[in-house]
Every structure is written in C-alpha cells, then in structure tokens.
Design a protein. Structure first.
Lengths: 209, 209, 209, 209
DNA sequence: GATGAATGAGTATTCATTCAT
DNA sequence: GATGAATGAATACTCATTCAT
C-alpha cells in the first residue's frame, strides 16, 4: 500500500501540465495553431495567462508538447500485437483495425492528426517528428502485416511502396472527418458501420480471389 | 485578326484578380489562413498591399474567393461521365478515378482540399459551401456508380451510407499528402503506382467473388 | 446681347472648380475634415478622384479653398450698410440682423462656420484667416453699431471688449445648430420666431431704460 | 487611519481609466476625433498603446467614455438650485449663470461641448445622449426659470420655444471660444467682464420695462 | 508558485496622392 | 484635360510575452 507523501497543492502542481495540455489540445484542434489564443487556453484550464509560461517556454513549445504528449503514450501499443499474434493474417488485420478505431474514439488522437495535417508546413521539425513517430511507424506495421499475409499465401501480391497509405487512408479520413465537416452532414457517420464495411471491402481486396 | 483596344493597364486590370488568386492560393495552402500575410500575397503577385484591396474587400473575402474560384470550374465535369457511360461499371470506375487523378495533378484542387480541411472549423459558412459543392456532389456520384454496379450484378451488396467515404478516402489522402508530409518522406509517392494499386485492390473489394 | 464664344466643354472646365467646391463643402460640413474622403467628394461632383488634383494641390488646399471661396463673396456686403444707414440705430440693428439671417439661410455660411469651429485647432493658419476675415470684421461692425447707438443716446453704456461676442452669440449658435443637433430635436427651430425674439430681447437689453 | 492593502499596480489599475480619460479628453478636444492617434493618447497618459485596450474596447468606446464620464458628474447639480431658490427670479438668474460659469472654468465641460459640436454628426447615438442629458435638461431648466419670472411678473412675455437657446447662446459660445479661436485674438476675453455684461444686458432684456 | 497589468512587435486596413494611358 | 489603377505611409487593433507583486 503506497502512501502519497506530497501535500495536495504539490500534487496539483504535477497535474497542472496535463490540464494545460488538454485545454490546449482542444483549442488547437478547434481553431488551428495561429488562431489559438493562449489566454483562452489558460481560461479553459482555469489558470492565468502567466501560469502557462511557468510550464511551457512559449506558444510553439506548448504546441509541440501537446503533440508529443498525446502521441507518445499511444505509439507502442499496436506494434507488439503484430509480432505476437498467432492466428491468420485476416484475423490479425481485423484485430488491428478494431484496436485502432477504439483508440480513435478518444478525441485526442484524431484531433492531433487533424492538427498535424493543418500545421505540418508551418512546423517542419514537428512534422518530421510526427512523420517518424506516427506515420512511418504505422506504415511499417502495415507493411509487416501485408508481408505476413503475402508469405502465408492469404494475400495477393501487393505493391508495398503504396499499399500502406491506401489501406490506411479510410481510417485516417475517419479521424480527420470528425474534426472538420462532420457538422455539415445531415447524418453522422455510424462508426461501426463504417468500420465493418471498410474491413469487408478492403479484406476482399487484399485476399487472394 | 483582332486588335486589342484596351490600354495596357486595363488589360492588367482584367488579369489582376486571377494573378492575386493564384498567389493567394499558394500561400494560403502553404501557411494556412491565419499565418498568411497579405503583404506576402501582394509581393508574390508583384503588386502592393493596397492593390489587393481594390479587388477583394478583406482577407476573409480573398480567402473565400480563392476557394470558390478554384472549385467552381472543376465541379461539373465528371458528373455527366457517369450518366453517359456505356460500358461495364468496372470500366466506368477506372475511367472516373483516372480522370479525377488527372485533375488533382494541378496543384490547385489538392491545395484547396488541404486548405478546407485545415480551416473548415474557422469558416463554417465556407465549409458548408465546400461540403455541398464538392464533397456531397462527389459522394452522390460515387453512390450512383456503386448502385449501377450493384444493379448490374458486378458489385457485391454495399452499405451506401459509408462506402462513398471509404472508397474516396485514398484519393483524398493523396491530395492532402502532397501538401503536408510529402517533404518528410524518403521516397516520393509514385502517383501512377499508387493509383494502379488503389484501383486494383478497391475493385477487387467491390466486385463479386 | 452678349455671345459666349467658349465651346461648352471649355465653359464646363471653368465651372468645374465650383462644382468641386460645392461638393467638398457639403461633405466637409457633414463629416469633418479628417473623415472626408476625397473619393466621395469626387463622386459627388461627378468626376474621378484624379480630377480633383488638377484643380487643388491636395486635401488641405481643397479645404482652404472651400473656406475662402465660401466666405469671401459674403464678407463685404454688410459693412457699407452701417456706414450709409440714415435711420435710428435701433432700426439699423434690425436691418442688419435681418440681412445676416437671410444670408445664413443658404447652408454654405452656416456650414463653414460649423466647420471652422470644429477644425480651427487643426488649421491654425486657416483659423487666423477666418478670424481676421470673418469674426473680426463682424465684431468691428458690431462695435461700430454699438458706438453709434451709444453716441446717439439710444443705447446704454456698454463694454465694447465683450459685447460683440455676446450680441453675436445667438446668431452664431443658430448657424452651428442647424449642422449639429437639429436632428435630435423634436421640433425644429422656427427661424423667424427665433430671430424675432432675439431682436426683441437683445434690443430691450441694449436700449436705455 | 486606513491602510491600503492593494499592491501598487492594483492601485494603478484603479486610477488608470481616469488617467486615460483625461489624456484622451485633452487630445480629442485639441485634434478632433479622427485626427486623434491612440498612441498619442497612450503616451500622454504614460502608458503603452496596448494598455488602452485593457480599459476601452476601441477608439469609439474610448470617445464615448470620455464624453459620458465628463458629463455625468456635472449634470444634476444646478437643477435643484432652481427648485429650492427663495429670492427673486432676477437673483436666481444671476446665481445660476454665475454657478454655470464657474463650472466652465474647468476645461472639461467646455472641451466636451466643443467636441460634441464638432463630432455630433459622426456619432448620432452620442449626439442623442448629449442632447438628452445636457442640452435638453439645460433648456428645461431655463424654461423653468423664465416661467418663474413671467409668473412673478418680473419678466416680460417670452416665447419659450426659442428663448432658452437665445439666452443660453452667449454662455455656450464662451465655452466653444476657449477651444477654438482664442489663440487668434489679440486680447483674451476677460471672463468676468464677459459674464457681467452678459447678465446686465440679458437681464435688461428679460425684465419688464 | 500564481497572477494579471503592461508591453510592443506585427498585421489588416484605409486613403491621400501619383502617373501611365 | 480626364481617368482610375496602383502605391505605401499611417493607424487601429491583437496577442504572445514579461515581470512586479
């Protein structure tokens, strides 16, 4: 039984950055980087403008922290699924997509994704980071998956230089969608229908015959 | 042999709006709305800051004009292809995608697409417009295509509430990609490979068997 | 029977400055100097912006021209009335005020007066001019009038260092009023009533007994 | 003995708006609304441009605040003098004018008066406010005074639709004068002489016989 | 640690003025 | 003479950042 020795305000202090990051994430996603006012972030987090600067050097660093902080805990999870999975590649594919789409439901990942697409050209360094840590790792995973399927004879012959992007696209679009045009649509996308149809069609496209 | 009676600056005047829109498109796409400085737009178009205001009331109107101006001429083209096409739906699909991807090669459409995803939440009115005129019309086209395929017995049974987005996603991602992370990648996407693989896999997924 | 030898456009050319001055006067009075846009002046006069500069060096010179041009023709008129008048000073006073108030009815003089009060501190040179040519000459006239009345025994003893302003004030206010708060008032001032009461009371105040 | 617990900048904060209003009043009166640069106002108040915007939403609101702030504390004062006064109406008149002219000596009221005459047509809403709160109330007071005099038999029969403006005019002109042409004059107006002569002549004009 | 008043660099926008036609 | 497209200096206003308390 562990005892927390810190007084409450000290614990609060530790928690502060996370509250700030959450508030910032939400507003960055909604407004974009440039249109985000730090005062609004501070207000949403329930602190004063100055307090932000106790934790983040400036707006850009806050932005980077938001991106890194949201991504990092989600990166490593799926990778081992692939390496450890025992069943057919078809089952693995279903497992993987399902897992991914559950993650997405938390608005964070989808929000960051949209944010990165919008701001990549303004933050090349961050774009590199995001590309390396998220996009590239994701594609490598998909490549592993596809290779596994081809070697087992389940999948047809596939061009691995482009297939990861093609296969991934519908899921990425689903993430982008919720933060952009969803409000324009008469009927919201039913996520489960979307995922089911996606799996069905893509699998049919990947499998031999 | 026609003689142009207009003085040079009058000819200039006719061309100006288009020059400004081109310059603006490029910078809006690169930087996003908020980070775009009108002075830079003006400089790129080879005019002074004030000249912009002779043609566009303000930054927001310039932005809207850029979007409308790029979209409108491209809207109506593919719709009749579908209604008039005689061959199999499979052939129609190939035709349609090929046509679309040729359009994309002009950086305009892809740029606007990226721009709209980035700024939709800041310009709801424009987002509505883009949704209605581009996204929705596109989806309706795809729905027509899929229905045609299902009725002819070529395509399997498909959930039309989600399939358009799924089928469209890889092409949209291709558009977004060129304006975001393409610079991070070791090897540029080979467009033809991408499209060929896309058609191959998606068609295999849509067709019966 | 005089024949005009000038072609019409030449006559028009001569007339142009007057049209410009009229347009400018009206807008200067309504908006004030700074808020007056030369484009609006030009439009009101039915010419292009550039044309203004053919006749007036710049905005300030236009303003000065408006003031001088409106004032000059009205200055010299009343002065000789005083020197030539034969009747009682009381009658002269009535004559003078009546004459003045008729002049005012043309909106020009009243407009300029309001304009000068508003802009005097921004155009010291013009203020000097207006003071010397209008205000001072007016006061000198009033002084003559009052002296005449005192010498003839009609008027009581009066302090000539302040009486001109006091006596003049209600008429000046009448001029200012029509260009400022008249629109706020439930009932417009009936000019004749105003003048009649003014003459009655002021005369009663000036005359002996 | 009270102790001020506020930190210095907090005390500053309380005083700021008043400092800014004073600085603004002075410059607005001198230059007019449009020609007033907010940076100059800020400099005169010893703060930076941005600070202005902590206290006033924009230039127009600052202007309105200046007007309201200067007027409001001065409105209600004289009204009760009339209702409570016991002596003759002649004495009341003298009392009232004297009181008014003392108020004027503070440059504020005179400045605002001049400002309102100059800018009324640009700020209709503010003109309404000024008309209702200052001009109209003043006239109603004068009307009360004149009625009192007529009822007591001291004053002659007077046309109350115009007399307030006529009676008031010399005092209003005195206010306007100090902010416009006073610098052009060889001899400054001696205020006491002006007021004495004014009272003498106007009273003689109002009283019977 | 936290605050929020103050700052001033940066941008959108206006408008007097110029000048090629 | 007349035009109106183009210019760019000038100014209102915003907002990231600082720092005294």
């Amino acid at each position: 039984m562990s005892i927390c020795l810190k007084p409450r305000w000290a614990r609060r202090k530790d928690a502060r950055p996370q509250e700030l990051l959450s508030a910032a994430l939400e507003i960055f996603v909604e407004r974009g980087y440039a249109a985000t006012r730090l005062e609004e972030v501070a207000r949403k987090a329930g602190v004063s403008k100055g307090t932000l600067y106790l934790y983040f050097e400036n707006k850009e660093e806050l932005f980077k922290a938001v991106v890194r902080d949201t991504i990092v805990p989600n990166i490593a999870q799926a990778e081992q699924l692939i390496s450890e999975f025992q069943g057919s590649t078809k089952e693995l594919f279903i497992e993987l997509i399902t897992h991914w789409c559950e993650q997405i439901s938390a608005p964070n990942l989808a929000g960051i994704c949209k944010l990165m697409f919008a701001e990549a050209s303004n933050f090349p360094e961050l774009a590199e980071f995001y590309y390396a840590e998220v996009i590239n790792r994701n594609e490598l995973m998909i490549i592993q998956l596809l290779e596994r399927g081809m070697q087992s004879g389940e999948f047809r012959q596939l061009d691995l230089s482009v297939m990861p992007k093609i296969v991934t696209a519908p899921i990425v679009m689903l993430m982008l969608w919720s933060n952009t045009f969803s409000c324009c649509e008469p009927h919201a996308i039913v996520r489960d229908d979307y995922v089911r149809s996606y799996i069905e069609v893509i699998l049919a496209g990947l499998l031999k015959n």
